[in-house]
Design a protein around this ligand. Structure first.
Ligand SMILES: [Zn+2]
Length: 233
């Protein structure tokens, strides 16, 4: 009886911990958002793991529809392709911090967490003169040390309302998944890179964006950056 009970408690603790680490609404390791406020037909497109050679294709589509987006960039990728970060910063877009080298930071020491985000912050500021106010944890995994890091660097955590699973699904399925989950204040997570790969194949994401943006506009939604989406109107 006792052992069944302790197993049960251990199971609940593990489930609770998994939620704390990866749950989209978890605040356990620092302030974090996963949607904007309802009440206006606004959504935010976000792209992780850039900049990469493929980011420019996405910028072209966004420019065609005068659509802003938020790019969570990795410092190592910014260092490799600062001109692409600059192209993002030159548009109506927002740049967020997605760590330096995209590690899974669970079980990491607070100093490593600080180092990852401080180095990425420096790389982005150096390349673009923009100081990010938002961060997204690699793989959405938060841990002890995030709260102190966020406080020190002034970063709000951002998760997502809908994730496109664009690293595995074909374009039509990515677009279908996003469009069927779109609602007021939705934060949509896609990828313009693949972790630290210099030349990732993100053609499915590009094709999905070509479908998502005009369909959402036709339905009466407009796009905002995440910071705009979080602002009271
Ligand atoms: Zn990522």
């Amino acid at each position: 009886m006792t052992s069944t009970r302790s197993l049960l408690f251990a199971g609940v603790a593990v489930a609770g911990m998994a939620w704390a680490v990866r749950g989209r609404s978890s605040q356990a390791f620092g302030p974090s958002v996963w949607r904007g406020k309802p009440g206006r037909k606004a959504v935010a497109l976000t792209f992780d793991d850039g900049p990469s050679s493929a980011t420019l294709e996405i910028l072209d589509i966004l420019a065609e529809y005068k659509t802003p987006a938020t790019f969570f960039q990795c410092g190592g990728n910014v260092l490799r392709a600062p001109e692409i970060s600059q192209a993002v910063a030159a548009g109506p877009h927002e740049i967020g911090n997605h760590s330096y080298s995209h590690p899974n930071l669970s079980l990491s020491r607070p100093e490593q967490i600080m180092d990852e985000f401080a180095r990425a912050q420096d790389a982005i500021i150096h390349a673009t003169s923009v100081t990010p106010a938002l961060m997204r944890a690699p793989y959405g995994v938060r841990w002890f040390g995030f709260r102190a890091m966020q406080a020190r660097l002034g970063l709000t955590g951002v998760m997502w309302t809908v994730i496109g699973r664009d690293w595995t699904l074909p374009a039509q399925a990515i677009a279908g998944r996003v469009l069927s989950n779109i609602k007021d204040g939705a934060i949509i997570c896609l990828h313009d890179g693949r972790e630290m790969k210099p030349h990732p194949d993100i053609s499915r994401t590009v094709e999905a964006v070509r479908r998502i943006v005009p369909s959402a506009l036709e339905r009466g939604y407009h796009f905002e950056t995440v910071s705009q989406l979080l602002t009271e109107n």
